[in-house]
Design a protein around this ligand. Structure first.
Ligand SMILES: [Zn+2]
Length: 91
């Protein structure tokens, strides 16, 4: 009921993160400059070593999970006219 309000959204420390260039743990930094290699974290990016691979796989699974039904539906829509016209027309 009492969320800790960050003093400054821009200066707020990101979640467990590492420098996108050298992999240095940049948690708790008050600036966007990596103390290890001096790179601008806004340029090299911030990676999350713990969940980076999991997140990547998660996204692929999500795309796959969404892509399958969409692909199947598209196939069904393409095939359905042929199915209905070539159905059992025993009249
Ligand atoms: Zn670095």
């Amino acid at each position: 009921m009492n969320p800790p309000a960050p003093p400054d959204a821009a200066a707020a420390a990101p979640p467990p993160a590492a420098c996108g260039r050298c992999g240095y743990d940049v948690r708790g930094l008050s600036s966007f400059t990596c103390p290890e290699c001096g790179s601008d974290l806004r340029e090299v990016g911030i990676v999350r070593p713990r969940s980076r691979r999991g997140l990547d796989v998660g996204w692929k699974l999500l795309i796959l999970a969404v892509g399958w039904p969409v692909g199947a539906l598209a196939l069904l829509l393409i095939v359905s006219p042929f199915v209905t016209t070539s159905g059992p027309g025993g009249n």
